[in-house]
Design a protein around this ligand. Sequence first.
Ligand SMILES: *Cc1c(COP(=O)(O)O)cnc(C)c1O
Length: 436
Amino acid sequence: MTLQNETMKQMYASLGISEEIYQYGEKVLAALQERFAKIDKMAEHNQLKVLSAMQKARVSEACLLGTTGYGYNDIGRDTLEEVYAEVFHTESALVRPQITCGTHALALALMSNLRPGDELFSPVGKPYDTLEEVIGIRDSKGSLKEYGISYKQVDLLEDGGFDWEGIRAAIGPKTKLATIQRSKGYQTRPTLSVERIGELISFIKSVKPDVICMVDNCYGEFTEDIEPTDVGADMCVGSLIKNPGGGLAPIGGYIVGTKECVENAAYRLTSPGLGKEVGASRSILQNFYQGLFLSPTVTAGALKGAIFAANLYERLGFKVVPNATEERFDIIQAVEFGTPEGLIAFCEGIQAAAPVDSFVTPEPWDMPGYDSQVIMAAGAFVSGSSIELSADGPLKAPYAVYFQGGLTWQHAKFGILKSLQRCYEKNVVTQIPCQI
Ligand SMILES: *Cc1c(COP(=O)(O)O)cnc(C)c1O
């Protein structure tokens, strides 16, 4: 055992982690074993859920092959959508490589289910940055606003709670769809648990039963043993280069929900009259199936990474959201550095830990869809994939880094240690505790 520890230390040392930082990490980790065991249990539950959906839908070898051209009668694509519908307990699903990213999936769900004169409502405050242009909060070509769809928002209360009275007052005759973002995104508000989402949906429906409740499920999939569609969401939307793609999906997005909502989205994605019937899958399906199959364990590894990072950095005096002991409902960990140097050093460390492009240095840039410069670290097999170890953050106060992913827990652990090593070298962190 002692010999093994020595070898391990040497391995880390050869990858640039000092003994001091390695030892600190080990101490932090020792205190987390009970929580990690709970995460493993949840992963087991979700693994069985996915497996049973695949068996029930009779996934066969033929399903792994794809189609070309129009993609009529694509049994693999149609069966995969059955599997997603089964996992999320919905009537229908749209899971396509033609959905280019999470923003596209969300825009699709909104634009296809809203009509001119309708109002979109967010009861959880400002939505994810890129949706501002979809909605027209920031003027943009092709926004919902241009099509005569209005938008109303009620912010969360100071303590992260729902503003029940504000929400009741905001729902009016035009309110057609409520968009609920599960994850915090680039904000420091708390992520919503599925349970809280359920309470919110019940309340909205008690005020106006026909409001379509849509959940932006990005980063939330498989972090709990239920999904928002289990507590009344009419639609759940997400990206396949986050949790449900399991790191293997190289592209794609999904919408699961009621038959009507999903059909509307399909008619918008392809064409009225065609809907889900077209859309060749080429050679992508094996990645989609296999990625979904791996997603529960990959997500569990990412959760462990997030918890490890929170515990490591909170003890060093940084504000971390969620904090070191809070329950988790997404895979994102925010660390507030308060200075651009801290944010940049963290990202440099994550980049240096990557299997791909470890030798490049990330720099802040004007990323489309965002209103300030953003720095991103990602040495991913799939470009931009954030179920892989990645970190990013907007260059504005409080200079919070949003860290997520790791295809394996072991890699997430290494990346976090590497980020701390970098912060130490750049004097963002000046002392490593020898006791915790
Ligand atoms: C990532 C994300 C999106 C947008 O997804 P992209 O794939 O980056 O377009 C939307 N909402 C939330 C909460 C996200 O995390």
